[in-house]
Design a protein around this ligand. Structure first.
Ligand code: MN
Length: 348
C-alpha cells in the first residue's frame, strides 16, 4: 500500500511541508476547488497543482473528487454535455499523469453528520451521526442548521432539488449511474485513469433521498455495470463500517480478486446502537473495526494502491476543517504503516 494524505491546497491550514514530515508519506490526494461543478478541469490547473505537490517531495496520487453534477444523477437532458465535460477532465487527468479518480454518486449531500465536534471525553472531539436526531430535522425549513452544509445551497435551491429527486427512486439512480459509467469508464481506461466510487456515507438513505452504494451487494452490482479495472471502488471502511451486517473482509476478498479496489480510506467508527456511530481514533480498540484484519485482507488481496487515513479527531488543541486536522490523521497513517510492516514481515 502506498500511504497518502488529503490536502485541500493553499487554503488548507495543514501545510504541505508538514504532510511530507509524516514518516512513510508518499503522496497527496487533492482537487481543483475553483472550477464550478460540471465544467472541465483545465490541464494547466492540474499541472500547476501537481508541480506544487512534487516540489514538496510528494506525488499527486489521487484526485478526490471531480464532482458529478446533480443533473447527471437526475438524468436531466443536459447530462450528455456534462458527461462530455467530465470525460475531458478525465482525459486531462491522464495527460497530467494522475492515476486515480475518487468520486461519488450521492444525491444532494455526500457525507452527513449530526455533530461535527462531539466531545470525545478527553478534551478532543470528532464527528458523529445519530440517525434519530437527523430524522427530526426538517430539511425544507431548517437546512441552514444542518452541520457542514449550510453554504452549499440556499433554502430555495435545496427545496427545488428535493422536489426533483421525488421522481428518482433507487433503480432510476442505478440507471443514471450506469449511463454515466458507460460513457466515462472507456475514456478513463484509454487515459490510464482508474475510477474509484466512494461509498455513501452513512450507508443508508437520509431525508428520503435514494442512496445506492451502501453494502456488499451494491459494490458487486457497481463493478458489473461496466467490466473494466477503471470501474472500481474507493474502499472507505469508515463509510461502510456503520452497517454491522456488512462483512468488510469478504468484500475486500471479492473486490480484490477482481482488481477493483483502486483506493482505500481508513477511518474507524464506533457503532453506538441503531443507525448511530461516532468517528473514533484509528486504533482497533477504540472503534468497531479491526484495522489489523482489514490491512491483512488488503495485503492478502494483493492491494498495492493508494491508501489514506480518513477523518481524524481534533486533538492537542488543533482547530480547522472538521475531520481534516493534521495531528490525528498523522497518528492514523503511522499506525496503518505499522500494521502494514507487521503484516508484511509475518509472511516471511
Ligand atoms: Mn471516505
Amino acid at each position: 500500500m502506498k500511504m497518502t494524505f488529503r490536502w485541500y491546497g493553499d487554503s488548507d491550514p495543514v501545510k504541505i511541508e508538514y504532510i511530507k514530515q509524516i514518516p512513510g508519506m508518499k503522496g497527496v490526494v487533492s482537487a481543483i476547488y475553483d472550477v464550478p461543478a460540471g465544467e472541465v478541469w483545465p490541464l494547466d490547473k492540474l499541472l500547476n497543482l501537481k508541480a506544487k505537490i512534487e516540489s514538496a517531495g510528494l506525488e499527486f496520487s489521487v484526485v478526490e473528487s471531480i464532482p458529478v453534477h446533480e443533473d447527471i444523477k437526475l438524468g436531466r437532458p443536459n447530462r450528455d454535455l456534462l458527461i462530455d465535460n467530465y470525460c475531458q477532465s478525465v482525459r486531462n487527468m491522464g495527460e497530467a499523469g494522475i492515476p486515480v479518480l475518487c468520486y461519488n454518486f450521492m444525491p444532494v449531500f455526500d457525507w452527513t453528520r449530526s455533530n461535527l465536534a462531539r466531545d470525545y471525553g478527553d478534551g478532543s472531539n470528532s464527528l458523529s451521526y445519530d440517525h434519530e436526531e437527523l430524522s427530526k430535522f426538517d430539511l425544507t425549513t431548517d437546512f441552514l442548521e444542518l452541520p457542514g452544509w449550510a453554504s452549499s445551497y440556499t433554502q430555495d435551491q435545496l427545496n427545488s432539488l428535493l422536489e426533483e429527486y421525488k421522481a428518482i427512486d433507487e433503480e432510476r439512480l442505478w440507471e443514471n449511474l450506469r449511463y454515466f459509467l458507460e460513457r466515462v469508464v472507456p475514456v478513463a481506461e484509454e487515459s490510464g485513469v482508474r475510477m474509484a466510487i466512494h461509498p455513501d456515507d452513512p450507508p443508508w438513505s437520509i431525508f428520503g433521498l435514494p442512496r445506492i452504494i451502501t453494502n456488499s451487494e451494491a459494490l458487486r452490482r457497481l463493478i458489473s455495470l461496466v467490466d473494466s479495472p477503471s470501474n472500481g471502488v474507493t474502499f472507505c471502511i469508515g463509510s461502510l463500517g456503520p452497517d454491522e451486517n456488512h462483512n468488510l473482509i469478504e468484500s475486500i476478498k471479492f473486490l480484490g480478486k477482481k482488481d477493483r479496489i483502486n483506493f482505500v480510506h481508513m477511518r474507524n467508527v464506533k457503532r453506538t446502537g441503531g443507525k448511530s456511530f461516532y468517528e473514533s481514533a484509528h486504533l482497533s480498540d477504540e472503534g468497531s473495526l479491526d484495522f489489523y484484519e482489514i490491512v491483512k485482507a488488503l495485503d492478502d488481496a494483493g492491494f498495492q494502491g493508494p491508501v489514506r487515513p480518513d477523518h481524524g479527531r481534533m486533538i492537542w488543541g488543533e482547530t480547522g476543517r472538521p475531520g481534516y486536522g493534521l495531528y490525528d490523521r498523522a497518528l492514523g497513517s503511522t499506525y496503518i504503516n505499522g500494521l502494514c510492516e507487521a503484516v508484511a514481515k509475518a509472511k516471511k
